[in-house]
Design a protein around this ligand. Structure first.
Ligand code: PHE
Length: 342
């Protein structure tokens, strides 16, 4: 009987027929199960001789089924490996992917360019006090420059002087914080958010500036001009960048210069390089001795230059974007249009 079952099981061509054999032998109505049931009606002597034979049969059948099952499964796997292929042409399910924002991209580029010139990156708070944003920068209470800044003030929070706290209107307070915290010589840039109550196609209430500050002995206007030229050539990746320094006025620099960069018109669009026209890109100057003194340094020993530049503006010029407000809408289609999203 054992040999008969072994042969049937070994001959099962697939898993389904094997399962049928298992039911036929070991299922509730199965033949082997039926034999086991007969043990109950036997005399003790019969049981003693038949019991071990029937149990041995059940064991042999169970073992044979297990072995056949393993063999069939292995063969099935072999067959799958040999015949099944992956369909690489099936489209992947895609989700929306974010990317580096052009403003962040430009900030990274600036940090890299200035790192090569020996500048480190400094930061300061966006919620400033009156002294750091204005007074220490030689903009006293009555100064008309205060009115030009369209400052956002906080209603209740006052600083140590009893003045209202404000959202910094420029990154220049980081000049003050750096000179107070570190010993010169200093070479820093300070990129970050700035705020003015102003809004149209080229102004948003929140915008970005990068401040530059060098404090050293014997620093002069030539160092400023060389630094700006080197920076703008590296940033726009062009050698034909022409700068024009126009005498100007800032309370915290003396002398002061507004810096224009030359452009040419290509396909109705202003492209930096050449000098068919001029665009203002930044404000700069030699740090006013009063500012140096306000930070506790001796202006007879230390001089330096500073500049402040709109980052959003730089991004628009470099990447050919024309509406500043779109920068802060968070619309992926806009980012994608300019190649900033995957
Ligand atoms: N803080 C000035 C502005 O926001 C820019 C500036 C910075 C000018 C440093 C001179 C020196 O317009």
């Amino acid at each position: 009987l054992t040999g008969e079952w072994r042969a049937r099981i070994a001959a099962a061509p697939d898993l389904a027929s094997l399962e049928a054999e298992r039911v036929a032998a070991l299922g509730k109505q199965g033949a082997v199960t039926g034999l086991l049931k007969t043990l109950g009606g036997m005399t003790p002597e019969e049981r003693q001789s038949e019991g071990p034979r029937i149990h041995a049969l059940r064991e042999a059948v169970t073992e044979a089924i297990g072995a056949r099952k393993a063999a069939l499964e292995a063969a099935e796997l072999e067959r799958k490996l040999a015949t099944e292929t992956l369909d690489m042409t099936l489209p992947m399910p895609t989700g929306e992917q974010g990317s580096v924002h052009p403003v962040s991209q430009v900030m990274d580029e600036l940090a890299e360019i200035f790192a090569d010139l020996g500048f480190s990156v400094a930061t300061g708070p966006e919620i400033e006090d009156d002294w750091h944003n204005f007074t220490a920068l030689n903009i006293p209470e009555s100064h008309p420059a205060r009115a030009m800044h369209d400052t956002f003030y906080f209603g209740a929070d006052k600083d140590r002087d009893g003045k209202r706290m404000l959202l910094r209107t420029h990154t220049s307070p980081v000049q003050i914080r750096t000179m107070q915290a570190e010993k010169p010589p200093l070479r820093i840039i300070a990129p970050g958010r700035t705020y003015r109550s102003d809004s149209d196609a080229t102004h948003t209430p929140m915008f970005h500036q990068v401040e530059g500050l060098v404090i050293d002995r014997g620093t002069h206007l030539g160092h400023l001009k060389w630094t700006l030229e080197t920076f703008l050539k590296a940033f726009f990746e062009r050698d034909d960048i022409v700068l024009r320094l126009r005498p100007s006025y800032f309370p915290f620099t003396e002398p002061s210069a507004e810096v224009d960069v030359g452009y040419t018109v290509q396909n109705g669009r202003r492209v930096v390089g050449g000098s068919d026209g001029w665009m203002e890109v930044l404000g700069s100057g030699m740090v006013h001795p009063r500012v140096i003194a306000a930070c506790g340094l001796d202006p007879d020993e230390w001089q330096g230059f500073a500049f402040g530049c709109g980052i959003d503006r730089l991004a628009m010029l470099k990447y050919g974007m024309d509406d500043l407000r779109a920068f802060f809408d968070g619309d992926l289609r806009w980012l994608r249009h300019y190649g900033f999203s995957s």
